[in-house]
Design a protein around this ligand. Structure first.
Ligand code: FES
Ligand SMILES: [Fe+2]
Length: 328
């Protein structure tokens, strides 16, 4: 059994850098390079002639132009300014203005480890070699999926906490969430949730509710044949993040690429509305104003595991179970 932390605001730290993050949905990375930002690092994604995805610093070492403004030619990325070409390892392979006898001698562009699996191109933003592979998405091969992404003007930790917050739905999601309809029909009822923490994250369960948080940024809502929503929350620049969402559809035998949607689901827009408001308060006032109650135990447990992971102390993450009874 773990107690509510007394220094909850101190646990509100940026997500760990040493981790795999979603760079882009696989279907969004085609012939043209794609510019992304993770943890303030500007990164360009592109595919080589074999279709392999690569990630590198989005800045040409010649005169600083974003490589993402360029084009992919012969499996290499060609800068839009003077046409210098770089392979997937970041090495400069061709400088058009040099005579054939003049060697290409430049410092390579920083390449980031990239991996493609389960409908996403993942980027390792840490300094060293990647630790393992991106976490598989449960059931990815067995279902069809709908996929999209939304930019949020708030820290990534906020939608992570929001998606693990067992009491907000009846207020934030009018006409959208079963909890809102239940509260309208019968008022708030006592509900007992089980919170189980482990070094990789935590699980919150109650009859009809299953939430899972996996470090560094994944929340899975549901997990049955009928409903599963997988959310990743990628920190971009200070006070901003991108929420990548993946919604399970019907079971399938032939794995197809997820269908892309440009539309922000209404229920996620409702969350974004409150979170962006809260971000303005944190930005203006800092976080010392925060007060927490017992029902916040799930979000505070996620915060704590993020802090430990950010400090490279994942092995100290507690493992334990706790029962939380709230009106919801
Ligand atoms: S700035 Fe990129 S080639 Fe000159
Ligand atoms: Fe919500």
């Amino acid at each position: 059994m773990t107690e509510l932390p007394t220094n909850a605001a101190a646990d509100r730290v940026p997500l760990p850098q040493e981790a795999w993050y979603v760079g882009a949905a696989s279907s969004r990375l085609t012939e043209a390079p794609v510019a992304i930002v993770i943890h303030g690092q500007t990164i360009v994604l592109f595919r080589d002639s074999e279709g392999r995805a690569h990630a590198m610093h989005d800045r040409c070492p010649h005169r600083g132009v974003a490589l993402s403004l360029g084009t992919v030619s012969e499996g290499q990325i060609a800068c839009a300014y003077h046409g210098w070409r770089f392979d997937g390892t970041g090495r400069c392979r061709h400088i058009p203005s040099l005579r054939p006898e003049q060697p290409v001698r430049t410092v390579p562009v920083r390449a980031y480890p990239a991996a493609e699996r389960d409908g996403y191109v993942w980027v390792w933003t840490g300094k060293g070699e990647p630790k393992g592979q991106p976490l598989p998405i449960h059931g990815f091969d067995r279902y069809a999926w709908l996929q999209g992404a939304t930019a949020l003007a708030c820290e990534a930790i906020m939608p992570i906490e929001n998606n693990l917050d067992i009491c907000h739905a009846a207020f934030t999601h009018p006409h959208m969430h079963p909890q809102w309809f239940r509260a309208q029909a019968a008022g708030f009822q006592p509900t007992r949730y089980e919170l189980a923490t482990d070094p990789g994250g935590l699980t919150v369960s109650a009859p009809g509710t299953l939430l899972r948080f996996d470090l560094p940024d994944r929340v899975t809502v549901g997990g049955s044949e009928t409903f599963r929503l997988v959310l990743h929350h990628v920190p971009t620049t200070p006070g901003r993040c991108i929420q990548h969402w993946l919604l399970q559809r019907e079971p399938t035998h032939e794995q197809a690429a997820p269908i892309w949607s440009d539309r922000e689901p209404e229920i996620l827009a409702q969350d974004r509305h409150v979170l962006e408001s809260a971000q303005r308060a944190y930005a203006n006032e800092g976080d010392a104003f925060e007060q927490s109650v017992e029902a916040d135990a799930t979000t505070l447990a996620a915060r704590r595991s993020i802090r430990l992971a950010s400090q490279g102390r994942t092995e100290e993450a507690f493992s334990g179970n706790r029962s939380i009874c709230v009106l919801s």
